[in-house]
Each structure stands twice: as structure tokens, then as C-alpha cells.
Ligand binder design. Structure first.
Ligand SMILES: [Zn+2]
Ligand SMILES: [Zn+2]
Length: 253
């Protein structure tokens, strides 16, 4: 009786979605084209290809795009110079190839559908690489509480939640906190960004990360200063590995 009722409920829910799609067909969040057949029902095939290449040829450590084939142990020149504390970075795409506009939209609380669409695309396109991380938990990069109050939403929380559901790994927003105000990184010269983030984070639940592999989630990776600082405190608290998943990677100079 219970399973019969459950099946009826599922069929009804599907019927409602299909009827809704017939009456109000979904449109691509990027180019507004009507969507007929797409993986996540939010971005058309053309826009998905444009912002998220099927293969990301990048440095295994910092994710920056590399010319030619990348060896499994590759470290680019930039990250050989920097001592980054995370072990690997997995980007969806390049910042200046259509993702910059979408990321600006993501920052508005009314545009959470954009965050969800991009996180779903990240989970689909980079599924194998993200699985390599063997994460025990997913942790979003936090925002200082005053900024969070003003902004209304912390995008990495939304991204982490979607990735967690897709990878079937718990995402936890209360593990890592930003304990002091920092200046917005994009207003600073690259050389000051590591200094700006120094001691900015605190692990408030060390027992949640001890002996665990962590997948950190952020929207954009530029110098890697923010994720590196977060990875540093997570490892001090006992994390055995920290990988980073981001929507967009800017190109290193
Ligand atoms: Zn489109
Ligand atoms: Zn690198």
C-alpha cells in the first residue's frame, strides 16, 4: 500500500513537471534559448560547451590551464614558486570565457538558479576528477558574518550543497569560519593577497575534519591565496588532504 502510494506520488510529481514544461518551457539561464533536451534543464548545450570545456587541461595542483597534454604529476611554474597548501584544484572552466558574467549574477540572492546550474555542470563535467579526491566531506569557503548578512547568500554554500548531493558526500557549512574581516581580494594587487588572507579562517569543529579528506568549494580561484589559507588551517586541524573545486579559474600571469 505504501509503495503504491509512493509510486502514485512520484508519477504525479513528474506529470506536474512535464505539464509545467509544456505550458512554460524552461529557458537557458545564459542565452534565454528555449530548452528542449538538456542535462540539467538550466543551460543549453551551446552555453554549457562554451563555459565548461569537456576536458580541462590544467596544472594538477593549482588548476591553471596548460598548453598541451598534462602529466599526472604536473606542477606549473607559478605553483612551483608559491607554497600552496591545497593538494589539487578542479575548475569547471576559464573565468574570461563566459563564466565571469554568470559569476557576477550568482552573487545576487535572486539568482541562486545560476549557482545551482553551474554546480550541477561542475559535478557532471568533472565527475571523475572529483571522485579521485575521495572526499569525506565538502566544506565551502565561508564569508565574514557581517558581509554575509549584507549579501544575503554565500555562493560557495550553495555550490557545496549541490556538489554534495551529486557526489553523495556530506557538505558542512559550520566547520570553517572566517574570523576577521578581509579586504576584497579582487581590489588588491596579487602580491598582497596572501598577506590579506593570513589567519583569516578558523576551524570551529576540528573533530569533523580530523583524519578526513576535504573538498573545499569556492566560486573563483585566482592566486589561490584564499583556498590555500583555508587548506592550511584544515590541515592543522587534522585533515589528511584538501582538494579545491571551483567554478572558474583565472589564468596565472
Ligand atoms: Zn544558452
Ligand atoms: Zn600550478
Amino acid at each position: 500500500m505504501f509503495s503504491w502510494a509512493n509510486r502514485l506520488r512520484q508519477h504525479t510529481a513528474r506529470l506536474v513537471v512535464h505539464t509545467g514544461d509544456l505550458l512554460f518551457p524552461p529557458h537557458c539561464l545564459c542565452c534565454d534559448t528555449e530548452l528542449h533536451d538538456t542535462l540539467n534543464r538550466r543551460l543549453c548545450g551551446f552555453c554549457s560547451e562554451r563555459v565548461a570545456p569537456i576536458v580541462w587541461n590544467g596544472c594538477r595542483r593549482c588548476g591553471t590551464r596548460m598548453p598541451g597534454l598534462v602529466a599526472p604529476t604536473c606542477r606549473c611554474l607559478a605553483c612551483r614558486r608559491l607554497s600552496l597548501h591545497f593538494d589539487a584544484a578542479v575548475p569547471l572552466g576559464a573565468y574570461h570565457e563566459g563564466l565571469d558574467e554568470l559569476i557576477l549574477r550568482m552573487k545576487k540572492p535572486s539568482q541562486q538558479a545560476v549557482s545551482i546550474a553551474l554546480a550541477q555542470l561542475l559535478a557532471q563535467r568533472r565527475h571523475d576528477r572529483l571522485r579521485e579526491c575521495r572526499a569525506d566531506l565538502i566544506v565551502p569557503i565561508p564569508m565574514f558574518w557581517i558581509r554575509r548578512l549584507r549579501r544575503g547568500v554565500n555562493n560557495p554554500d550553495v555550490l557545496a550543497d549541490v556538489l554534495g548531493r551529486s557526489l553523495k558526500v556530506p557538505s558542512q557549512t559550520n566547520v570553517l569560519v572566517q574570523r576577521r574581516r578581509t579586504r576584497p581580494q579582487h581590489h588588491l594587487p596579487r602580491s598582497y593577497r596572501f598577506e590579506n588572507m593570513r589567519d583569516a579562517f578558523k576551524v570551529q569543529r576540528p573533530e569533523a575534519v580530523r583524519n578526513h579528506r576535504v573538498l573545499l568549494v569556492d566560486d573563483v580561484l585566482t592566486t589561490g591565496a584564499t583556498c590555500s589559507e583555508a587548506a592550511k588551517v584544515l590541515k592543522r586541524a587534522g585533515a589528511t588532504a584538501v582538494w579545491v573545486a571551483v567554478i572558474a579559474r583565472t589564468q596565472n600571469d
